[in-house]
Design a binder for this molecule. Sequence first.
Ligand SMILES: Nc1nc2c(ncn2[C@@H]2O[C@H](COP(=O)(O)OP(=O)(O)OP(=O)(O)O)[C@@H](O)[C@H]2O)c(=O)[nH]1
Ligand SMILES: [Mg+2]
Length: 465
Amino acid sequence: MTTLEHWLGLASSHAADLLDRALDRQLRLAVTGLAHSGKTAFIASLVNQLEHACSRDAKLPLWRAHDRGRILGVRRVPQLNAHIPSFAYEAACERLFGEPPVWPESTRGVSEIRLEIRYRPAGRWARDVATLYLDIVDYPGEWLLDLPLLRLDYAAWSAQVAATLRRDPRAAELAASWMHWNPSPQDPFGEKAVAEVAAAYTAWLRACREQLNMSLLQPGRFLLPGEYAGAPMLQFLPWVWAAPAGKADERSVYAQLEHRFEQYKQHLVKGFYKEHFAGFDRQIVLVDCLHALDGGPECFHDTGRALRQIIQSFSYGKGNLLERLFRPRIDRVLFAASKADHLLPEQHDNLLSLLQDLVKGSAAVAHFEGVSSDCMALASVAATEVARGKAGGELLRGLRGHSIDGQALLIHPQDVPGRLPSQDWWSTRGEGYDRFCPQAMERSRPMPHIRMDAALEFLLGDKLR
Ligand SMILES: Nc1nc2c(ncn2[C@@H]2O[C@H](COP(=O)(O)OP(=O)(O)OP(=O)(O)O)[C@@H](O)[C@H]2O)c(=O)[nH]1
Ligand SMILES: [Mg+2]
């Protein structure tokens, strides 16, 4: 292919893309959430439910267009951006439908998938057929926490980390490995010393994640650098020592760390979001409330803070940060408590109201700006079934499934608080929520789920009228 043909090809695909958008035939869905909140499982299940939409095994009664028989077929088609890896749907299925079934791997880079949904518009002549293209992006949850950095300068970010250290003595204790550095702001910048202390800071972030279950860990790329591993741009850390009295000399350690922080934001964060997050129409924010509860009060509040930071960075209405930077136009946001299959159906109401409490401020912002938002509890891939059985000689209504290491389980999950938990709840809570591996599933049938159809209705319903 000549260069001219290549450019003509690109120009025509761009023009077709613009036309699809103008005619409302394209929808970009942002699947967001902290690390391990269930994004990849959600995308895999969404693709699976859609691909089986026309089979008689489909269980999607709450998706109106489907219920009325207007969905004619869904298939995966080549994504718009050929330079971005494709979402590894087949690899996810191989694991989920494997023997034994296992969850998809944690995500280490960005990927995309495009689906073509053929449907019959409501109330038109029966032979009318329309198409909606659905574009979805997957990426590691850790990177999402880079987005809020765009609103902060180096001093403000440093103050935020210092506040975490004051609030959480366990985090402060682990931080001794890099806090002992204690330079003065005007000290000359030393490449080697900074690389070493930045490595200690990165190890601290990792320890906070692994030992303390913390989520609000920034910069996100330090935990999963991808192709930037070893770049000087990823060698800085917050300034938690005596602040500079005036403007720091350009060659001083303070000024150089500040410069790297700004470079990180400029080249890495803005670049990433501009390429992948521009032009979203809809958003789902997945929240693993049970994991947050399992981690104890500090972890729970840390999850709340991380979520609020992320949600504030997104584009609800006019004039927000993302709109100014990348012209997104999200008009619907769904907050979803993921992994609801860890609970009995009668506990879902509490899970939902806990989620509502957790995102209250953010949902109000979305609503105020003229964006519709909703909350629901769902399970992308239900790993349990409600069952009765005997445990310890007693007849029990509970959940049946297999633990992550394959042991058969019949359990009655502990209660979920219907609001932000009180001190009492923390002091009397049980041992935590059991985790399950996926149940054995047949490849020819759709994955079992809870309320994926309600999510589809909220996220796509109006586009399929
Ligand atoms: N029972 C149950 N567990 C789930 C479900 N979805 C996700 N999980 C669990 O949550 C873990 C993380 O899910 P992922 O989909 O990989 O989460 P993610 O948000 O993509 O995580 P990162 O890619 O690491 O950011 C899985 O390995 C499962 O253990 C679900 O619907 N039901
Ligand atoms: Mg993932």
